[in-house]
Design a protein around this ligand. Structure first.
Ligand SMILES: Nc1ncnc2c1ncn2[C@@H]1O[C@H](COP(=O)(O)OP(=O)(O)OP(=O)(O)O)[C@@H](O)[C@H]1O
Length: 568
């Protein structure tokens, strides 16, 4: 930027010298001397000025792109470092707009400081040289310049406000559009297309309205500035001609003065343009700064707290995960989502969480995965408190299958390798066999390289891909949020088999929505209104817990299944 400023100043100096050298040419002509030298100097000034101007242009363009790039990088980094609740409370599309279109507005603005300084120097320089040529004519010019400056000062802030409002509407447009496209089936099934179209085009209309207002105000500023200077030039011409006629100034001085007057448009245009760009940039920057206020997850605790290199070797009987008096809430003023949770997850075996909707099952998963931090109590992994571990250390020991089992953009292979990018093809096939998908994937022409989009796989297949991803390398703890929707028999069998296999060698925690899963569990945790109501085996709970009996009944238990379980 400093170099850009310097180059701009040199190019300005060349520009400022040109009228004076033109006067020299005219004076030499008047004196009847050879014109070669002044003409050569004039040419040199033009060529050097153009060369340096080009260099500055390219340099500032590069700086601008780097500013945009770095703004984007910092936003993207911030998103992925952010706490989940900080992201989920904003519409995804709006977050996308802030990473894509807001930084683009910094493009023009980044060089605006340099442009403003250059413009100001050129303006002052031009006025000073005009003063050297003729103070009286300068007076007339100054009146025009002051009028233009006052006008700009009045209209510029309004342009900035309109631009900021336009960007905000773009953000709302992005957020709503993204949400509506994601729920496109519901939109169509609800025949809500016209309403959604109306709502979202409304945001587009707002954007256009604000942008048109900004454009209109810019046009007014520009036109009045340019016309003001042109009127000033005409006044100077008339007034100067009269002074030249009376012999108060030379004709060559008048011509040089007029050249400066024409040149005034350069710095004034530069100042106007850069002030506009700066306004847009400040608006974008304030939106980008809001992103910087997003809270990030506790930065790798290892940096902040000493963690022993060698983890204490857990004893076989110790639980792998422990909740000790954990209370958590989503907002600072909300009711606790879970309270006083005391729970031990054994190193091997299957723990099933059951409970009515809103009981706090998902919240327990969020706490285990550190998507949410407790307000009271502590979680332990292998006897080490969570605050001593970084989120990455904790998550490295867990595998998580979300209820909706989202697929990530890319191929089947990319999806399977998402957690372990270094997994070999053989490992992928093994995982696919575990979830009964190997034959299906092998039947595709491209095999593991088959591109996968959310719509090209069935719900059951998506579940199984997510499961295969989770069991690719045996995790210490598998967290499985079972699909609530009915899944096909093959998927159910795959899930059951996976859970059994994993439970034999490690810990599995499920949010169970299926009777078969509940019956399979070694330990069942019954939750109600954020608290653990009972823990036990199926048989004990059936006998002792009324809510559990209701829940089991709601899972449409058949008499045969009850008998099975009793035998079990
Ligand atoms: N993101 C959130 N913001 C605020 N409150 C939340 C949020 N997620 C859950 N809650 C609240 O926390 C409580 C526990 O919800 P949680 O999702 O853990 O229940 P759940 O047992 O998993 O229910 P379900 O079976 O319906 O998924 C509920 O009262 C719920 O309203």
């Amino acid at each position: 930027m400093l170099l850009g400023l310097l180059l701009g100043l040199v190019a300005n100096a060349a520009g400022l010298a040109t009228p004076l050298v033109t006067k020299w040419v005219l004076d030499t002509l008047g004196a009847g001397e050879p014109l070669t030298r002044p003409i050569l100097v004039l040419l040199a000034l033009v060529v050097v000025g153009a060369g340096i101007g080009l260099w500055q242009w390219i340099l500032m363009g590069t700086v601008a792109e780097r500013v945009v790039y770095e703004a984007r990088v910092s936003i993207i980094r911030r998103y992925f470092a952010a706490r989940i609740d900080q992201l989920t409370r904003r519409p995804g599309g709006e977050l996308v707009t802030r990473a894509t279109s807001d930084p683009a507005l910094l493009h023009e603005a980044s060089g605006s400081v340099v442009g403003l300084i250059n413009g100001a120097v050129a303006l002052v320089g031009t006025l000073a040289l005009m003063g050297v040529l003729d103070v009286v004519l300068l007076g007339a010019t100054l009146v025009a310049v002051v009028l233009v400056a006052v006008l700009m000062g009045l209209i510029m802030p309004a342009i900035g406000r309109a631009q900021e409002a336009a960007q905000e509407s773009v953000g709302r447009l992005g957020g709503t559009l993204e949400g509506a496209l994601r729920a496109i089936r519901t939109v169509k099934a609800s025949r809500a297309e016209p309403r959604q179209t109306e709502l979202i085009t409304g945001y587009a209309r707002d954007t256009a309205r604000h942008s048109v207002r900004a454009a209109r105000r810019s046009a007014v500023v520009w036109t009045i500035s340019w016309t003001g200077i042109q009127v000033a030039v005409i006044v100077i011409l008339g007034f100067g001609a009269a002074r030249a006629e009376r012999g108060l100034i030379e004709v060559s001085t008048l011509i040089a003065f007029l050249l400066y007057a024409f040149q005034l448009m350069g710095p004034i245009g530069e100042l106007t343009q850069n002030l506009t760009a700066m306004q847009a940039g400040i608006a974008a920057a304030s939106r980008i700064r809001e992103i910087e206020a997003i809270e990030v997850e506790p930065a790798g605790a290892p940096g902040t707290r000493p963690v022993p290199d060698v983890a204490p070797t857990p004893r076989r009987g110790d639980p792998v995960l422990v909740f000790r008096g954990v209370t958590a809430r989503y907002g600072p003023d909300g009711d606790p989502a879970v309270s006083d949770i005391d729970l031990r997850i054994p190193r091997t075996g299957h723990t099933a969480l059951v409970g009515p909707s809103g009981a706090g099952k998902t919240t327990l998963f969020s706490l285990l995965l550190r998507f949410l931090e407790p307000v009271d109590g502590v979680l332990l992994l292998d006897g080490r408190p969570y605050p001593d571990l970084s989120p990455a250390e904790v998550r490295g020991r867990l595998a998580y299958v979300e209820q909706d089992a989202p697929v990530v953009p890319g191929t089947i292979g990319d999806n399977l390798r998402f957690t372990h990018p270094d997994a070999t093809d053989e490992e992928l096939w093994e995982a696919l066999r575990t979830v009964h998908l190997a034959d299906r994937v092998a039947s595709f022409d491209l095999g593991l390289d088959t591109p996968l989009t959310a719509t090209s796989v069935s719900g059951g297949e998506r579940q199984r891909i997510a499961l295969a991803r989770a069991v690719l390398r045996t995790p210490d703890v598998l967290l499985l949020d079972e699909a609530t929707a009915q899944v096909d028999g093959l998927t159910e069998a795959a899930v059951t088999r996976c859970v059994r296999d994993r439970a034999a060698v490690g810990a599995v925690v499920t949010i169970a929505h299926r009777l078969s899963t509940v019956l399979d569990a070694d330990q069942i945790v019954v939750m109600e209104r954020g608290r653990i109501r009972a823990v036990g085996s199926h048989r004990d709970l059936l006998r002792e817990d009324a809510l559990y009996r209701d829940l089991v009944a709601a899972l449409r238990i058949t008499p045969e299944a009850v008998a099975d379980a009793a035998v079990h």
